[in-house]
Design a protein around this ligand. Structure first.
Ligand code: IMP
Ligand code: MG
Length: 184
């Protein structure tokens, strides 16, 4: 039987095993780097959810999680505009805490640039970025990424948290969308 996502898939870019292997390495690295520190993981909804849940299970030190949801206007044309709106803010203050942002993908960088400036103003003890995917060649704003899962080419991807018209976030792998595939 054909799967509902098959007609959108050009190729699998990163399979489940590659994802899980890399996430285990990131979890070990983060556990070492934050040993003895009050770590708070902030997941950016909704794309970061699959990554957060797998990553936190690979982190061996005590930590807490929180969520933030933002929207960039113009997302429907698959381009960030740099204008970001907070749809759901954190549940708790972050002053004095060691904050690690957990993101699915950094593309132009506009979204994360806004989020980091917003969170910096709340005076955390430290603020770092962990992204599963980095479309490095698309970057418009310079930023330091502390932990990267994979650097990927400039292609629209879906699966493992990333959506195609809000669907297929459940796939355990990262796939490339067929060129010219209109979803909306
Ligand atoms: P930026 O502001 O351009 O860095 O956009 C980052 C956000 O755009 C990500 O958090 C995703 O929600 C979305 N995004 C960027 N590229 C892709 C993609 O290839 N597939 C799905 N979502 C994407
Ligand atoms: Mg996102």
């Amino acid at each position: 039987m054909t799967k509902p996502w098959e007609k959108f898939l050009a190729e699998k870019l990163i399979d489940e095993e590659q994802l899980q292997t890399r996430i285990r390495e990131l979890g070990e690295q983060i556990s070492r780097d934050y040993e003895g520190k009050d770590l708070l993981l902030i997941c950016i909804l909704k794309g970061g959810v699959s990554f957060l849940t797998d990553l936190m299970r690979q982190i061996t030190i005590p930590h807490e999680i929180d969520f933030m949801a933002v929207s960039s206007y113009g997302r429907e044309i698959r381009e960030s505009t740099g204008i970001v709106r907070i749809l759901k803010d954190l549940d708790q203050p972050i002053d004095g805490r060691h904050v690690l942002i957990v993101e699915d993908i950094i593309d132009t960088g506009y979204t994360l640039n806004y989020i980091t400036r917003n969170l910096e103003a709340r005076r955390p003890a430290s603020l770092k970025i962990c992204t599963l995917l980095d479309k490095a060649e698309r970057r418009q704003v310079d930023m330091k990424i502390d932990y990267t899962g994979f650097v990927i080419p400039d292609k629209f991807v879906f699966g493992y948290g990333l959506d195609l018209d809000e669907k297929f976030r459940n796939l355990p792998f990262i796939g490339v969308v067929k060129p010219g595939m209109v979803v909306k």
